[in-house]
Design a protein around this ligand. Structure first.
Ligand SMILES: Cc1cc2nc3c(=O)[nH]c(=O)nc-3n(C[C@H](O)[C@H](O)[C@H](O)COP(=O)(O)O)c2cc1C
Length: 228
């Protein structure tokens, strides 16, 4: 092998490493088929926990379903935090948004995450609460970056427009102070969901596999394999 070929191989290897689509969440779930029920449950929670921390993880975005009257409403949100010990998950929303109104009217929520490399889907459901201007909300706000706070400084979302929206110049250029962002704090809300149900469904050529887990007050009280 020539020196040139070796360098080319090194470059390809490096590119493969750099372009790996997901990181730790993948490691947690990729061998899901080798796990027993307890191991699978741990792997799911660890994958979600890592997903919340890792912006590159496919589990960093999660689909949240709320109830609007009699209808389901879906949308993607960022998974901001996962408390594995308490079986709680968190997202950030604008208090003025329809999803916040849905939860205030009906706390039943479902959440859906998909890890494409592992071909595994995780579904969660539980009762959600909206935290606004309380201790938990302040704690999350303090951990929120200056750049993210501008999204709560905009006019109310979901209004009809005659032209596509662009961020106001001052928000685009980050020409606002910490004091300015405090004006927006009143619109910042945290969704906290106390998970009561989780299931995982994995696709595999030797047989798809499914398991479900039920929780009460953060404690596992039933786990079982299900036909898939
Ligand atoms: C990748 C992605 C991530 C998003 N993350 C959030 C989020 O963390 N919080 C949020 O309120 N909206 C988020 N959105 C926008 C929502 O999906 C939704 O369209 C919007 O907030 C309106 O929702 P609603 O009318 O149901 O309240 C995200 C959208 C995308 C595409």
């Amino acid at each position: 092998m020539t020196g040139g070929t070796t360098r080319w191989h090194d470059l390809v290897a490096q590119l493969l490493i750099v372009s790996r689509p997901s990181s730790l969440s993948l490691c947690m779930l990729q061998d899901w088929r080798s796990k027993d029920l307890a191991g699978l449950e741990t792997a799911c929670w660890e994958a979600l926990h890592q997903g919340a921390k890792d912006r590159r993880s496919p589990l960093h975005s999660i689909v949240l379903s709320t109830v609007h009257g009699n209808e389901p409403r879906l949308r993607t949100v960022v998974l901001r935090r996962v408390d594995v010990a308490d079986k709680r998950i968190y997202a950030h929303v604008d208090l003025r948004s329809p999803k916040a109104a849905n939860i205030l009217a009906n706390p039943n929520t479902s959440w859906l995450a998909y890890e494409p490399e592992a071909r595994a889907q995780i579904r969660l459901s539980g009762l959600a609460a909206i935290h606004n201007q309380d201790e938990l909300c302040r704690e999350h706000w303090q951990a929120t970056g200056h750049h993210s706070r501008r999204f709560y400084m905009r006019p109310q979302e979901g209004q009809p427009l005659s032209v596509p929206q662009s961020l106001q110049e001052d928000l685009k250029d980050f020409k606002y102070s910490d004091a300015d962002t405090e004006m927006a704090y009143k619109y910042f809300a945290v969704i906290r969901c106390d998970v009561t149900f989780m299931d995982i469904y994995g696709l595999h050529h030797e047989g798809n596999r499914r398991a479900e887990f039920y929780y009460e007050n953060g404690l596992l009280n039933l786990q079982q394999w299900m036909s898939a």
